[in-house]
Ligand binder design. Structure first.
Ligand code: PHE
Length: 487
């Protein structure tokens, strides 16, 4: 099959930036940072960015480009029996897009609520009302009409964006990357100038070095970097495979990585400014003003918006439009990653695959639209990222580092790049990153044996966490065994 190709280098860079920059930067990064000590986390994040984030981005682009295939296909070309590893990446991506679309649905609802001014002065209350959040995962509550409607709209939007593959994506991303950047700047300016903002910024920017001794902080930093860079989901491998033959890899990887991290940093400025403001109003310390979970941005940003001097509804709509435009290119990149994997193996049309993925993901996410759904989302996110993602990245490092040979990959990447990577790259891929990741996984296993994540009941942790994590390699293996039907 002749591969779909990007129209231009800009299209590729924007599409990759679009995939990388998403809810991860403005929704996930702030709450993970908040929950892991602010400044300390920021420092760990920077380290993770340079020793693992950028080197792996180079690896994934290089792998996809060299093998000219999606994740399963690329692993297959390294060694036939490794194909399942690529499927694992795709499956993790698939589970993530299921709940990613739920967050998009919240954004839709907030955007509408901004017009009707439904959150008024208490966004926290509005969030609870929207999600109908129950007291625990086993108390499912009722289905939330607005959430499921939002989910449906999100999926329709995603499918439309990728209707014609890389060609449409290449055009859509001009909008989905540039609009949110502009809007983010407006929010940062307002966030950091709120009364009391400085307290929040201090928490964000002053590292507490003792926190760096906690493996938890490092684990959170590494997973956040992978999540944000879209590494370990087969997405960047697929995007690398759409690159024309004479493109640049290393330079683009740096541009994409730094833009992504820069955006997360900006997102953090706005959120922590707003947290400082909350602390100022409530008189509580910054680390205790709001609960540090997936609901964080839905509480902090509305506070910024309600404090804008004028046009609050307009900015409210714009804000959630920004979140949606940021999210949509990440969501469709996930679908593209899955589609590329499926299409490399079975002769199916692009449209059929996209629509099937969308329907399946929509169906699987329905339980998350219930009152208890947010608890499940939190558990699945935790296990998918801390175990799924980290293991896949570890596998990538080992397979490319030792089986394929990091040297060989480095030479290939360099032959495709304006400037070359050197020995540091081999060291990060073969030694440093694998050791760190092994250590982090081990610590996380120990922590989970000692106590369940977030105090959730063990049963819920088992179903939403362990079971899904175990299913991934198993299903990957089954997919590998199904017969290939080539075009
Ligand atoms: N990187 C995206 C974000 O930060 C999420 C994503 C993960 C997208 C994996 C694609 C693949 O929101």
């Amino acid at each position: 099959m002749l591969r779909d190709r990007w129209d231009s280098r800009t299209a590729f860079v924007l599409a990759s930036i679009g995939s990388a920059i998403g809810l991860g930067n403005v929704w996930r990064f702030p709450y993970v940072c908040y929950a892991n000590g602010g400044g300390a986390f920021l420092l760990a994040y920077l380290v993770a960015l340079f020793i693992a984030g950028i080197p792996l981005l180079i690896l994934e682009f290089g792998l996809g480009h060299k093998m000219n295939g999606s994740a399963p296909q690329s692993f297959f070309k390294v060694k036939k029996s490794y194909e399942w590893m690529g499927w694992m990446a795709i499956l993790v991506g698939f589970f993530i897009v299921c709940y990613y679309a739920i967050i998009m649905s919240y954004c839709f609802n907030y955007g509408i609520a901004a017009v009707t001014q439904a959150w008024g002065n208490n966004p926290q209350e509005y969030f609870d009302k929207l999600t109908g959040i129950t007291s625990g995962p086993f108390e499912m509550g009722s289905i939330r009409g607005p959430v499921i409607m939002g989910l449906l709209l999100s999926w329709i939007a995603i499918v439309l964006c990728i209707w014609k593959g890389a060609k449409t994506v290449g055009k859509v991303v001009y909008f989905t990357v540039l609009i949110p950047w502009f809007l983010l700047i407006v929010f940062v300016v307002r966030g950091v100038t709120l009364p009391g903002a400085i307290q929040g910024l201090n928490y964000y920017l002053t590292p507490d070095f003792s926190k760096l001794l906690e493996p938890q902080v490092w684990l959170a930093a590494f997973t956040q970097v992978f999540f944000s860079f879209s590494i370990g989901f087969g997405v960047m491998i697929a995007y690398g495979s759409f690159l024309p033959r004479d493109s640049d890899i290393v330079n683009n990887a740096f541009i994409i990585g730094l833009c992504d991290a820069g955006t997360a940093f900006l997102g953090g400025l706005a959120v922590f400014g707003a947290l400082g403001y909350h602390s100022f109003i409530t008189g509580k310390p910054v680390e205790a003003v709001v609960s540090a979970g997936p609901g964080l941005v839905f509480v902090t940003y509305p506070a910024i918006i309600s404090n804008l001097p004028f046009w609050q509804p307009l900015f409210g709509v714009l804000f959630f439009l920004m979140l949606l435009t940021l999210a949509i290119d990440s969501a469709f990149s996930l679908v593209e990653g899955v589609a590329a994997g499926v299409q490399d193996k079975w002769k199916l049309s692009h449209r059929t695959v996209n629509i099937s993925v969308a329907l399946l993901a929509f169906g699987l996410a329905i339980p998350l639209t219930f009152g208890g759904g947010l608890h499940w989302l939190d558990i699945v996110d935790r296990f998918m990222t801390q175990f799924g993602l980290i293991s896949i990245v570890l596998i990538e490092c080992l397979v490319i580092g030792y089986i394929y040979g990091s040297r060989k990959m480095k030479e290939y990447v360099n032959s495709q790049s304006e400037f070359s990577v050197r020995g540091w790259w081999d060291i990060f891929i073969k030694v440093v990153t694998p050791i760190v990741l092994l250590f982090l996984i081990a610590m996380e296993v120990i922590a989970r044996v000692k106590s369940s994540y977030g105090g959730y009941p063990r049963g819920a942790e088992f179903i939403g966490g362990w079971l899904v994590v175990i299913l991934i390699p198993v299903v990957g293996f089954i997919l590998m065994k199904i017969k290939r039907v080539e075009a």
